[in-house]
Design a binder for this molecule. Structure first.
Ligand code: F6P
Length: 356
């Protein structure tokens, strides 16, 4: 199979590292192999538009400036599953054949997608149906994709969350408060656990480890008894309210658990509390050095996989180097925090309260 022209799209929630990955793909494909590269806009949505919403990408368009830019120049979407596409009247319909037709119109020889588990599941199904040679780049600030030690966006999100604790600590100490920082992570607690260790949190609550507010309160009382006038608590957005408590308001994703934990800590300890919901600050911003390096290695390797005719594979970071794994296996191995991992044990070893 001779490759002349490839496509790239970014799908799902944006994150830092996508633009450096696009740059690496374009440089490797155009300068290394002499191929044309087409960027498809707004994830799979661009394939539904007629004409297909796309842009030819050349190394001139993807200079080093892209290394420094957050988000994705191609746009993205985390809606619009082609197999259950939401229509204005509330129905969902299968539009996969239209997307495949859009892909055909671009006369591409292969497609690179940067996405998280949801996007990769959809794109893999689409690729199977349309016989699209597909290579994937893992991206998700949540870092919950399997078979890769890290996905694009996680490192920058982690720096942002750590930085938030750095900012909260002096004000917590100045006002003798308990500061609660709620971070993203979808169903996983990777950001909370790592940032909590890096940012010196006293309490880390993650969905993978059941918590008990009595032990959180005891930790705060213990700090007080030792002369500490403040405490830092970091909580992952997916942490649930205690059993027996009314559930979070329907549709609430962010900002709910942080306020709940603050209210309960206040009631149990009498401490003055404040809540910061970090939200999408974690997704944007300048990609940090780790994300730029990872994106560069992933982008180059993704193009090399196409050159070698090795499809249905996801690039990955394993054992200090770039590798590749079957996309199917990556999405089948959801990577939650292991409660017995080095980081969880480190947190306990530092006497950080995990709510147990
Ligand atoms: O998966 C990435 C993520 O940022 C999650 O951490 C978060 O729960 C979700 O996306 C937010 O999605 P949206 O941008 O649609 O609010």
């Amino acid at each position: 199979m001779t490759i002349q022209r490839i496509g790239i799209l970014t799908s799902g929630g944006d994150c830092a590292g996508l633009n450096p990955a696009i740059r690496a793909v374009v440089n490797r494909a155009a300068l290394g192999y002499g191929w044309q590269v087409v960027g498809i806009r707004n994830g799979t949505q661009g394939l539904l538009d007629r004409p297909v919403d796309c842009v030819e990408l050349t190394p001139g368009d993807t200079d080093t400036e892209l290394l420094r830019r957050g988000g994705t120049i191609l746009g993205s979407t985390n809606k619009g599953d082609p197999f259950a596409y939401p229509m204005p009247d509330g129905r969902t319909i299968d539009r996969s054949h239209e997307m495949i037709e859009g892909y055909r119109q671009l006369t591409l020889d292969a497609l690179i997608v940067a996405g998280g588990d949801g996007s990769l599941r959809i794109l893999r199904r689409l690729a199977g149906q349309g016989k699209i040679p597909l290579v994937a780049i893992p991206k998700t600030i949540d870092n919950d994709l399997g078979l890769t030690e890290v996905s694009l966006g996680h490192a920058t999100a982690l720096s942002t969350a750590t930085n938030a604790l750095d900012h909260l600590q002096p004000t917590a100490a100045s006002h003798s408060r308990v500061m609660i920082l709620e971070v993203m992570g979808r169903d996983a607690g990777h950001i909370a656990l790592s940032a909590g260790i890096a940012g010196g949190a006293d309490v880390i609550l993650i969905p993978e480890i059941p918590y008990n507010l009595a032990s959180v309160a005891a930790k705060i009382e213990d700090l007080k008894a030792r002369g500490r006038n403040f405490a830092l608590v970091i909580v992952a957005e997916a942490v649930k309210r205690e059993p027996g408590e009314p559930a979070a308001p329907a549709g609430a994703i962010h900002g709910s658990i942080g306020h709940y934990i603050a209210a309960r800590i206040g009631a149990l300890t009498g401490a003055e509390t404040r809540v910061t919901v970090l939200g999408h600050i974690q997704r944007g911003g300048t990609p940090n050095d780790r994300d730029r390096i990872m994106a560069s290695a992933f982008g180059v390797h993704a193009v090399d996989l196409i050159a070698e005719g090795r499809f249905d594979r996801m690039v990955a970071w394993r054992d200090r180097g770039v590798a590749d794994v079957p996309i199917l296996e990556a999405i089948q191995h959801y990577q939650a925090v292991d409660p017995h991992s080095t980081l969880a044990r480190t947190a306990r070893g530092l006497s950080i309260c995990l709510g147990e």
